[in-house]
Design a protein around this ligand. Structure first.
Ligand code: FMN
Length: 222
């Protein structure tokens, strides 16, 4: 598979087959993704790959914590700025609506939408949950470098017939997960990644997200 095809075929996979990912394949994807660039070659990412009981324990923890407090725990690193502006606000709205339309869950059915969203905290049924850990002392540059590693994982997954979904949603359980995953005092969870064999029959995986055209985000000067 060439890079262009992998980029084009990658999508956020939100339903998976009940089929394990061979551990050698998981290890080779992470090893290959390690070639991702980072400023100063810091390689500021750390990955905790959860499968089996370790993954189920995290799912159980999330279920318990979110039952107590559905909004999750306070964090000084929110996923989005407090109030989004255009065009970002509309883009966020549109992808949400596209997903819920594919799932046939109308806007009024808030309960059903919330209950679908809760699938995030089960890794959407993926057999692997990657927890992306970064040192809290790192700045925005290193967070961006972490993103490079994550995109490499996502593209390598496609090349190997797998799918991924990045999951910043885990950030609302940052405090509990820091303790549960026994992170170092200076470490924090940035993001999760669900990884597994996609269930391409599932309506959630039929959504092809939009992108702004070239002239909206790029300018060419000479
Ligand atoms: C860093 C990052 C975090 C994300 N977090 C979530 C998440 O918590 N839950 C979710 O369902 N999708 C999440 N997404 C997926 C985005 O919604 C998705 O990438 C975007 O809508 C574009 O769709 P596509 O990935 O299918 O092209 C995340 C994406 C990125 C890059």
């Amino acid at each position: 598979m060439d890079v262009s095809s992998a980029i084009d075929q990658r999508l956020s996979v939100r339903a998976y087959q009940d089929k394990p990912v061979p551990s050698d394949l998981l290890k080779s994807i992470l090893t290959e993704a390690q070639r991702s660039p980072s400023g100063g070659n810091l390689q500021p990412w750390r990955v905790i790959a959860l499968t089996g009981t370790a993954q189920q324990d995290v799912i159980n923890l999330a279920t318990e914590k979110l039952a107590q407090n559905p909004r999750g725990e306070p964090t000084d690193r929110p996923v989005y700025p407090e109030s989004l502006w255009e065009p970002y606000r509309s883009r966020r709205f549109e992808i949400g609506e596209a997903l819920y339309a594919a799932l046939d869950i109308p806007r009024e059915d808030k309960l059903k939408r919330l209950s679908w969203f809760a699938n995030n905290y089960r890794f959407f049924g993926a057999p692997v949950g990657l927890m992306m850990v970064i040192d809290e002392r790192m700045g925005h540059g290193q967070w961006a470098h972490m993103g490079m590693f994550m995109q490499s994982v996502a593209l390598l997954a496609v090349e190997n017939g797998l799918g991924t979904c990045m999951q910043e949603c885990w950030g609302i359980l940052r405090t509990s997960l820091k303790e549960h995953l026994q992170l170092q005092p200076t470490e924090m969870l940035y993001c999760g990644i669900a990884l597994g064999y996609p269930d391409m029959e599932h309506p959630a995986n039929q959504v092809r997200s939009d992108r702004a055209p070239l002239n909206e985000f790029a300018e060419f000067r000479n």
